[in-house]
Design a protein. Structure first.
Lengths: 86, 161
């Protein structure tokens, strides 16, 4: 299992557009990918799951990937967040 | 195969707002027009009250009250996203009437929307009604044209068991 923590930078957090971008990226990987915030977790491949987390600016999000391509998944998500998912 | 099984069930969604139903492809935002969140329709609303299009449970309401997700009794996830880029209004113009976890039936009031405020703020009021767990959906039949809140059928969704 691979995990990485991110601090959300964009003003409006993980609303519809960034949630859709993250979900589409997560779906490219075979690994199970979870998002966790304050002890609550959701499936990153479910848009309703991501939106129900209510992730806002400056929230810390822990992303875990579990599967054969877990390293690539975390790296790709890290790149997405570094570029500014918006 | 071993006999013919009925592997689909139908779900009807009723208009959550008064207005005009348009195609999702005509919504001026690629998140919706390219069906990035799922498939469905959009409504150009004429009045600002949003009611439940289905029977189910409220699973999420954005903290800015501009988006609400319902898990229907048939197992579909329905997202109502009110307006375009309305998250930027930080809750102004939206008032939630229900809470996450509440049980809803068709026609129950969900969110009160100040359409004039949204328009004055330079945002579109076009509201998308989308099924987000498309892996569970076999087919969606849609309508277009004038719709009446709580009454008009807007979509028929065939759900896989």
């Amino acid at each position: 299992m691979e995990r990485m923590a991110f601090i959300i930078q964009n003003e409006t957090g993980l609303h519809a557009r960034p949630a859709a971008v993250l979900m589409r990226l997560a779906k490219k990987f075979q690994s199970q990918i979870q998002l966790e915030k304050n002890g609550r977790s959701c499936n990153a491949k479910s848009i309703m799951g991501i939106l129900s987390m209510g992730v806002g600016k400056e929230d810390e999000l822990v992303i875990t990937a579990d599967g054969t391509d877990e390293i690539q998944a975390i790296e790709a998500i890290k790149e997405l967040f570094d570029k500014g998912i918006s | 195969m071993f006999g013919v099984l009925n592997t689909k069930k139908n779900m009807i969604l009723i208009a959550p707002m008064d207005g005009e139903v348009i195609s999702l492809q005509d919504v001026p935002d690629t998140v919706f027009s390219q069906m990035m969140l799922g498939d469905g329709i959009a409504i150009k609303p004429s009045k600002g009250l949003v009611v439940s299009p289905c029977n189910g449970n409220v699973v999420q309401i954005s903290h800015t009250n501009h988006a609400i997700g319902i898990e229907t009794d048939e197992g579909a996830e329905v997202l109502i996203h009110i307006g375009i880029d309305t998250v930027e209004l930080k809750g102004q113009g939206f008032e939630r009437i229900l809470e996450v976890g509440d049980r809803v039936n068709v026609g129950d009031a969900l969110i009160k929307v100040d359409l004039d405020y949204i328009i004055a703020a330079g945002k579109s009021t076009i509201t998308a009604i989308i099924v987000t767990n498309m892996e569970k959906v076999h087919k969606i039949s849609k309508v277009t044209g004038i719709c009446k809140r709580g009454e008009s059928e807007i979509m028929k969704v065939e759900i896989k068991y």
